[in-house]
Ligand binder design. Structure first.
Ligand SMILES: C[S@@+](CC[C@H](N)C(=O)[O-])C[C@H]1O[C@@H](n2cnc3c(N)ncnc32)[C@H](O)[C@@H]1O
Length: 326
């Protein structure tokens, strides 16, 4: 693969999908990883099968003995580590049970940054156990610090009905960054992929919001993103639509080919995601507050984005500006 004059994959394989930004190979992850140029990748992300005995259309065995599963994961993780540039980021999505062991392995090769808990309920409560409610997203970098790190900032959490802040910032409102609140290592705003419009055929698809956040944090436009377990292609879509280059493998590529057949829905979705981050209040919150006649405190500094008004302001609201200019 020739990208910006850097060969990142030997030309012995033909991609099943090629876009101006990326290449998908219908092959085993080990084959792809063995061909990727060492130290060529800025962000390597993996969302492997979780060894839960699920049926995959690729026909893989998802019911290995625990030690076999861990050994298999270690082998492709070695390939991902090799592919990373110095300062590159590796992110691993899995159940806490597996990431506990895989994190220890990675910690001997890379620098640990965070265990990000992504609050998504994924099974029914289990008798005698705590209700499993988070996935683990392990964040490592090659070398002492990341070459690229620009985490999104998030809007202040507000009531979906009245738009009121769920937390009172008291006398600190004027100190709040107009671009939003610092993101923590607990993510509570990632939806499961349920909406018919965004639900891809593969039952294991991750949310585009999650992948956009990861891609935005650890890569720049033009960076190279690698994902050896393509699934329905969420990583590739996030990369493609934000100007990154990408490379990946998948054993059963139909869902990805289908998805890339028309990216209109994903494009619209990603615009919506972008409009609702790096801002202290979303346009929807501002509109809700305007509608309910409770404008935001003038002490907040708000970036230049104009609220998208959903209603005709009444005369009282017209006298009360939504926010003071910064
Ligand atoms: C959990 S899914 C990934 C979902 C993806 N992150 C998304 O958002 O759509 C894991 C995928 O890995 C694929 N897979 C499993 N073993 C593989 C292997 N050895 N090489 C390449 N792909 C593999 C499966 O077919 C499955 O689609």
């Amino acid at each position: 693969m020739q990208l910006d004059g850097v060969t990142v994959i030997m030309m012995t394989m033909i991609p099943i999908l090629k876009t101006p930004a990326g290449e998908l190979y219908q092959t085993d992850c080990f084959e792809l990883l063995s061909l990727v140029e060492p130290e060529s990748v800025d962000l390597a992300f993996a969302d492997p099968p979780f060894n839960l005995g699920k049926k995959y259309r690729s026909g893989i065995d998802d019911d290995l003995a625990a030690h076999e599963y861990i050994d298999w994961c270690k082998e492709w993780l070695d390939g991902m580590v090799r592919a990373l540039k110095p300062g590159g980021t590796l992110m691993l999505w899995n159940l806490p049970k597996w990431n506990l062991q895989l994190g220890g392995y990675l910690g001997e090769r890379l620098t640990f940054r965070n265990w990000i808990a992504v609050d998504i309920k994924y099974s029914l409560p289990i008798q005698g156990r705590l209700y499993p409610s988070h996935y683990s997203l392990l964040y490592f970098v090659k070398g002492p610090k990341p070459a690229i790190f620009h985490p999104d900032r998030l809007p202040i959490p507000c009531c979906r009905h009245c738009g009121g802040e769920l937390k009172d910032y008291g006398g600190y409102k004027d100190k709040m960054n107009p671009l939003g609140v610092n993101i923590s290592d607990v993510w509570t705003d990632i939806p499961p992929v349920r909406h018919a419009k965004y639900k891809k055929r593969d039952a294991n698809a991750l949310s585009l919001k999650l992948m956009d956040r990861i891609v935005s944090m650890a890569s720049d436009p033009g960076s190279l993103v690698l994902d050896p377990f393509g699934g329905s292609g969420t990583t590739f879509v996030a990369a493609e639509l934000t100007g990154r280059r990408w490379i990946g493998s998948e054993l059963h590529c139909d869902d990805i080919l289908d998805r890339f057949g028309s990216l209109d829905g994903d494009r619209e979705h990603i615009q919506q995601i972008k409009a609702n981050k790096n801002t202290l209040f979303t346009a929807a919150t501002i509109a809700r507050r305007a509608k309910s006649g409770t404008p935001l405190s003038k002490n907040y500094r708000i970036n230049g984005r104009e609220p998208e008004c959903v209603c005709e302001p009444d005369s009282e609201q017209q006298q009360q500006p939504l926010f003071s200019p910064s």
